[in-house]
Design a protein. Structure first.
Length: 124
């Protein structure tokens, strides 16, 4: 069984070359205190949008990525639903910091992803 997603929120995820430099910029220039975890930094804005940062080398067109949060989980069903709609997945459902995610593109090649917390069921 496949299912359409039930959105929880949205995150914009940037790939950055240096955590320290990024953390300093967002704190000193924009006044945003990034919470740092292993391999990931983030901040939630007042409207619930999350800015996230992973360290690495970004490939043009892949950063930032727009990540849709899944309210009730079911990420495997969402991935199957997209494939049945003709969407090609760029990555399979795989582990992400604190949960599961997969990536795909819209018709104009914009990078998109879905994410769910690890405590939610992967199937509806």
């Amino acid at each position: 069984m496949t299912s359409k997603p039930k959105f929880r929120g949205i995150a914009v995820i940037f790939t950055v070359q240096n955590f320290d430099r990024t953390q300093k910029f967002y704190a000193e220039v924009l006044g945003l205190e990034l919470e740092r975890q292993e391999g990931f930094m983030s901040v939630k804005l007042a409207d619930g949008t999350e800015l996230g940062f992973i360290e690495g080398q970004a490939t043009r067109g892949t950063s930032p990525a727009i990540v849709f949060g899944l309210d009730d989980g079911g990420i495997d069903g969402v991935a199957e639903h997209l494939v049945k709609q003709g969407v090609q997945l760029l990555t399979p459902v795989s582990e992400a910091p604190g949960g599961w995610s997969f990536e795909f593109q819209d018709p104009d090649a914009h990078a998109l992803a879905f994410y769910q917390d690890e405590g939610k069921p992967r199937r509806p």
